[in-house]
Design a protein. Structure first.
Length: 183
């Protein structure tokens, strides 16, 4: 199947139909496009192995966010204190935080900024990272809410894609986190 995008209306139609393109109905379809805006999305749709597709989407989304935020210190960290005078700012509750910052690459955390940062700067949101539309609805919900998780655990949540397992893992992390903070 060749996707031809001549204008912004065609591009919007493509984004609306992407949930169908990622379904089993198009498993034997090879997608093609000459549009540079959706090049990575087309590549992701052509990956028919679910695990490899999720890996690719996750890595490309992280790269897009990192490239956008490159050479920016949005939280204005100085001596591990953010502009809000709170140690590690929003990340202060994370148990993956080391002396030099985050020890893992979590897509959810990369998309989250406090309201003060959002008021001052243009930051990427979930909707801005278009390649994430290639994920299923359950995976999109998991990505939006799986904070402070190691990359490997987050990918496992996405592979399984079950909301029940996600909720149990989330509650477990919250309970363990609170117990660690009390000790």
């Amino acid at each position: 199947m060749k996707i031809i995008i001549n204008n912004n209306d065609d591009l919007e139609k493509f984004y609306k139909k992407i949930k169908y393109y990622r379904s089993i109905l198009f498993i034997f379809t090879k997608f093609e496009s000459n549009n540079k805006d959706i090049e990575k999305i087309i590549y992701a749709l052509n990956i028919k192995n679910r695990f490899k597709r999720i890996d690719y989407i996750y890595e490309e989304a992280c790269n897009e966010i990192d490239n956008y935020n490159k050479n920016k210190n949005l939280c204005n960290f100085k001596n591990n204190i953010c502009r809000n005078k709170v140690k590690y700012g929003c990340c202060r509750k994370c148990y993956n935080l080391g002396n030099k910052g985050c020890t893992t690459s979590n897509l959810t955390c990369k998309l989250f900024f406090c309201s003060k940062v959002c008021d001052k700067y243009k930051v990427l949101t979930f909707e801005d990272v278009k390649i994430l539309k290639c994920l299923s609805f359950n995976n999109q919900v998991i990505i939006k809410h799986d904070f402070f998780t190691k990359k490997e655990e987050l990918l496992m949540d996405l592979y399984v894609g079950s909301m029940t397992i996600f909720i149990f893992r989330y509650l477990y992390r919250v309970i363990i986190h609170r117990l660690i903070r009390k000790i």
